[in-house]
Design a protein. Structure first.
Length: 137
């Protein structure tokens, strides 16, 4: 359980770095952390699955007892810490998601003003107003 908690703490720290970087428009560093975050998520999921299997074994071995009776004090504390870190990660990721949506909306609005588009069927195409732009290769 301790290693699963460490993975969650690392994910929280990475997400907080993402929040700090998005505020400063350091998008490349956020993209560079994606692989690290994906690796940490997979690692946490594997460790969480192992915890689930162990708890399931305990409950199967003694079905008449409640979970709180099967775990000792340290295990209860670790389980509580795991829950707290999951809640904190959720909160940090929600803040980050709001910022990502805001930045995305800003860039989309900016792009729409620079290159006005109109719908042709199901596709957006540059409108005639965008003819002032010239692309040279």
């Amino acid at each position: 359980m301790k290693s699963a908690i460490k993975e969650l703490e690392a994910l929280i720290a990475l997400s907080e770095e993402d929040i700090a970087d998005i505020k400063q428009a350091k998008h490349n560093t956020q993209f560079e952390r994606l692989a690290i975050k994906e690796e940490k998520i997979k690692s946490f999921e594997n460790k969480k699955a192992m915890i689930d299997r162990e708890i399931s074994k305990l409950m199967t071995a003694e079905p008449s007892k409640a979970l709180f009776e099967l775990l000792d004090d340290e295990q209860h504390q670790l389980l509580d810490l795991l829950k707290e870190n999951l809640a904190k990660l959720r909160e940090v990721n929600q803040r980050y998601a709001k910022m990502v949506l805001s930045v995305g909306a800003f860039y989309n609005t900016l792009l729409e003003r620079v290159v006005p588009t109109q719908m042709e069927g199901y596709q957006k195409v540059a409108s005639a107003d965008a003819s002032f732009l010239e692309v040279r290769a």
